[in-house]
Design a protein around this ligand. Structure first.
Ligand SMILES: [Zn+2]
Length: 537
């Protein structure tokens, strides 16, 4: 990234730059900092003054020679041509006319071609700053003309720290474990993290506690996971199934459970090898240490493999409950023999999981098969998949009552990623008991099955009947609830920008560029989306 600073200070400027990275890492923020660096009235500089009228107007989003385009909503070639025709004219006031094109991979092929002409022979006074979450979809002919910068995902501790900072400023109480959960769920996006934090505050009635955040995220209580490992350590098959039933009763996601279980196993294995790996402030430190001593390293390796495999197989299992319990029973078959010396019968190394029980397969002994096939047995379990545990209401033919989607989403009893999915959806149609929802490409990551299932369940509870909910990817023809919310979320947006600025990676840049960006508002990336939907893609 120093390359950028150097280029600017030595006036070795490219005509086009491409910022890549996942959502919410600060691509457009950086693009605007660059626009200032190029046009500051003090000269081309890695440290724009932030005080001249150019800097101020760029910050305020009303600088005439800075043209921002959200490709997600402007994919048509005509719009691109019109935009590029403007590029021929000299800037009104600035040194350079700067074009920021966000989500550039969304442009249609013909729009790319139109842009390419300008990129091949760019007028001296034009700079392109492109941003994308998906550089693979940008034609190579365009890529080859850009100086590329990849912005990294914001690491969990960084996000956690920023969340703590925001809460401290607002005087809101929180538990460290709660912030940790949110930081993990945000997958490197500060924007998502702040949005989840917002929900958590509302959900927890003004406090951000671990229990309520877990409930909101549908995250699995660590207690269950520790319970599972305890049961495995004691060859307690009955105990295992009891835990699975309790989780089922709480509608927890078994997929998330297996993922979290794998994470916990990884942690145990790590602690066995590098005891210092356990953070001093880890609320579970004692239990982790105890468990780490209880299992042989190779057992942990094996459970880890089984958990991963079980998660991968969940889709093809008869239902999630069956898939989950079978995975636990498979682990039980390999449970350490409590009396025997650890490691004597460990499976040979290597990554592959052999599914034969240990030579002395007494693992299952105490948890007698009879006990396991009691009421909650796998075979006897009614076909109650998690998604299908809804109210026992006959699907009536009557039409659904009239409602505003955004309004409904506001009242829907659902949290976490499922709520985000609802907020980023647009209702395109209702036929009988079927809801059609359209989700923009940029939010594809919200379409994971557990989120879809959770949203469907919440909708069914809301309407008191079974529903079919169909999702399609596309460009919603109207504002989604999230976009509507964006309109009065300036404050949070400012915080997001400040947060991005505090990322050491971005901060290094900002220190070379302009410290003022922390204070100034930056328009949300979605601000241009009430345009015509795409037509020629
Ligand atoms: Zn300036």
């Amino acid at each position: 990234m120093r390359a950028l600073t150097n280029a600017l200070s030595q006036n070795r400027l490219h005509h086009a730059y491409l910022m890549t990275g996942t959502r919410g890492v600060g691509k457009t923020t950086l693009a605007r900092v660059m626009a200032k660096a190029l046009n500051c009235e003090t000269g081309i500089t890695p440290e724009p003054c932030g005080k001249c009228s150019t800097c101020l107007e760029i910050d305020a989003g009303r600088f005439v020679d800075l043209i921002e385009l959200d490709a997600a909503s402007n994919t048509q070639v005509d719009q691109m041509r019109e935009l590029l025709e403007g590029a021929l004219y000299a800037p009104a006031r600035a040194r350079f006319k700067v074009y920021i094109i966000d989500e550039v991979h969304m442009l249609s092929r013909s729009a790319f071609n139109a842009m390419l002409k300008t990129l091949e022979e760019p007028p001296e006074h034009v700079k392109f700053i492109l941003a994308t979450t998906d550089p693979q979809k940008v034609p190579v002919t365009v890529l080859s003309r850009c100086l590329q910068f990849n912005l990294k995902q914001i690491p969990v501790p960084q996000i956690r720290g920023q969340l703590g900072h925001v809460l401290a400023q607002e005087g809101i109480a929180s538990e460290p474990a709660a912030l940790n959960l949110i930081a993990h769920a945000a997958h490197g996006s500060m924007r998502d993290a702040l949005s989840l934090l917002d929900q958590a505050i509302a959900y927890g009635a003004g406090e951000v506690g671990e229990a309520s955040v877990r409930a909101m995220l549908g995250a699995v209580d660590q207690e269950f996971l520790f319970g599972i490992l305890d049961a495995l350590g004691h060859n307690d098959g009955v105990g295992l199934i009891r835990i699975a039933d309790e989780m089922q009763g709480r509608s927890l996601s078994f997929e998330a459970a297996l993922q979290d279980l794998a994470s916990l196993l990884h942690k145990l294995a790590l602690v066995q090898t590098v005891p210092e790996a356990l953070a001093a402030d880890d609320p579970d430190a004692l239990r982790v240490q105890t468990l780490a001593q209880q299992f042989a390293p190779e057992d942990l390796q094996l459970y880890y493999q089984i958990a991963l495999q079980g998660r991968a197989d969940l889709n093809v299992a008869p239902d999630e409950y069956a898939g989950f319990t079978m995975t636990l029973l498979r682990m039980l078959a390999f449970a350490p023999d409590v009396s025997a010396s650890i490691g004597a019968s460990s499976p040979s190394g290597g990554g592959a999981v052999t599914l034969e029980p240990k030579p002395d397969s007494r693992g299952v002994a105490k948890a007698s098969p009879a006990a396991i096939s009691q009421p909650p047995s796998i075979a006897a379990a009614p076909l109650q998949t998690m998604a299908a545990a809804p109210p026992q209401v006959e699907a009536p033919r009557a039409e659904l009552p009239n409602f505003e989607w955004a309004d409904l989403v506001g009242r829907l009893k659902v949290g976490g990623m499922a709520r985000m999915l609802a907020q980023h959806s647009h209702l395109t149609g209702i036929v009988d008991n079927r809801l059609d929802l359209c989700v923009p490409e940029a939010h594809r990551h919200l379409l994971e099955k557990p989120y879809r299932d959770k949203l469907q369940l919440a909708l069914e509870e809301h309407f008191g009947r079974r529903l079919r909910v169909e999702f399609t990817l596309g460009q919603p023809s109207a504002l989604t609830p999230a976009q509507l919310e964006d309109q009065d979320r300036q404050q949070k947006q400012r915080e997001a920008v400040a947060a991005i600025d505090r990322d050491p990676f971005v901060r290094e840049l900002v220190e070379h560029f302009d410290a003022r960006v922390v204070d100034d508002s930056v328009r949300p990336a979605s601000s241009g989306q009430n345009q015509e939907p795409a037509g020629d893609r």
